[in-house]
Write a new protein. Structure first.
Length: 434
């Protein structure tokens, strides 16, 4: 084995080389999977691979290029600007027009591109000059502009299970050509599952842990791994890949759940842990905005206003001054009355919107700006609420199949208690009128 090979990380050496080696994405890549069929038929259109880190987005993009008659160009949205994009587009245009060869353009972390950079792809995607494959860990609906997103298919790659990651580790442990097989290490299934568990579905992290474990065992001159060896390998991996020394998502979860439990002290501690470690303050602010709606809602409507104000303050004055704005709103959120009624109501409504027959809007709720529409029955039977006592009527506003659906059920806590009373008054009044 040459020196250059020794310097290549295990995760790179074990990168799957065929579709059959790629673990955990059977829904897309099984013989009947849509993406596999498109790849094998060489009938791909531009698309986005959306999924968490370490599930095979870059690997899959490389495989697609190797199995299609295309030229491969790859660059990262972190380091590339509009000038680089235009240069690549010109090169792809030349290959397409003079050689008839399409270019596969793989853009890692495509969500980091701004609107102007994303717009630069549009004419080339539309003409078929390039096959754009974007990889992102962020929701494309929020991070890509609608013009580009409408021209792309989104494939969702799921997080790898513990069994998936364990199988990857087993292959690396026994593979003598690309993996650690020649070291003849003895690591049992329980130990491999422990490494897989700590990787949180990230194959790259798991393989890095295994490589560190192999290095520890080699330096100690042993082939049988101990529990201490496993813990040391996992700890080194966490320290290497997480600037806080803790799992990023565990920290934000701890903050969210401490707030939900109205524990201001714990909430401030987890906030400080993230801020002092250099976490993006706007990321924290966004999560707090979500919390204000998910766990407080209408029990204290001003919580959302205050949280958005804190986010704007952070955006305006930056760090370290913005830390106090986040601390202030964190304490407020902790002591606010809690309710998930709005959160639950929306989820229930969304479920019905997605899983029931999409019925037309009832005629009496439609506007009738023309005589023809009036003749058809648009707006007929509509009751103008302001003409009634309490500004509410017994008029049905849901489709027939959902007319009895109840989504929002307010609690007795905070301002929602007043809403609950008002809701009951409206119900009794409408029942009396009916």
């Amino acid at each position: 084995m040459n020196t250059k090979s020794l310097q290549i990380p295990l995760a790179e050496k074990m990168r799957p080389q065929t579709l059959n080696e790629l673990v955990g994405q059977e829904a897309l890549l099984s013989p009947n999977g849509l993406l596999r069929q498109m790849i094998e038929a060489d009938e791909l259109r531009s698309f986005i691979l959306w999924g968490p880190p370490g599930v095979g987005k870059t690997t899959l993009a490389r495989m697609i290029t190797s199995q299609t008659k295309s030229k491969w160009i790859s660059f990262s949205a972190v380091t590339s600007g509009i000038k680089e994009i235009k240069g690549v587009m010109a090169e792809a245009d030349a290959h397409f027009n003079f050689g008839g060869q399409r270019t596969v353009l793989f853009v890692d972390e495509i969500h980091r591109f701004n609107k102007a950079q994303q717009d630069a792809f549009l004419p080339y995607v539309e003409s078929g000059t390039i096959l754009l494959i974007g990889a992102t860990t962020e929701n494309p609906s929020f991070e890509l502009n609608s013009a580009l997103l409408s021209r792309l298919k989104v494939f969702v790659l799921k997080e790898l299970s513990i069994d998936d990651v364990t199988s990857i580790l087993k292959r690396a442990l026994t593979d003598e050509e690309r993996g650690l097989g020649k070291l003849k290490l003895s690591i049992d299934d329980d130990q491999l599952r422990l490494l897989a568990t700590y990787s949180t579905g990230d194959a790259r992290t798991a393989l890095n842990s295994l490589e560190l474990l192999g290095g520890i065992m080699k330096r100690k001159g042993i082939t049988l791994a101990s529990e201490d060896d496993i813990r040391n390998a996992v700890q080194q991996t966490i320290l290497k890949y997480d600037k806080t020394g803790e799992n990023h998502y565990n920290l934000i979860s701890a903050l969210h759940k401490s707030l939900r439990n109205s524990d201001a002290d714990a909430s401030l501690y987890w906030l400080a842990r993230m801020l002092e470690a250099g976490e993006d303050p706007l990321y924290i602010a966004r999560r707090l905005v979500r919390f204000a709606s998910e766990d407080i809602g209408l029990a204290h409507p001003q919580a959302l206003e205050q949280t958005v104000a804190a986010m704007n303050a952070v955006n305006l004055i930056g760090m370290p001054e913005g830390k106090l704005a986040l601390a202030q709103v964190t304490v407020l959120l902790a002591y606010c009355p809690k309710s998930n009624a709005v959160y639950s109501a929306y989820n229930a409504a969304a479920h019905d919107a997605l899983n029931t027959l999409q019925q037309p809007v009832p005629f009496h709720l439609r506007n009738a700006p023309t005589d023809l529409m009036k003749e058809i029955g648009y707006a007929k039977g509509y009751k103008y609420a302001h003409d009634y006592v309490g500004a509410t009527t017994d008029m049905q506003c849901l489709p027939d199949d959902l007319k009895n659906a109840k989504y929002f059920e307010p609690t007795d806590r905070g301002f929602e208690g007043k809403i609950k009373n008002q809701k009951e008054e409206n119900r009794l009044r409408n029942k009396k009128e009916n």
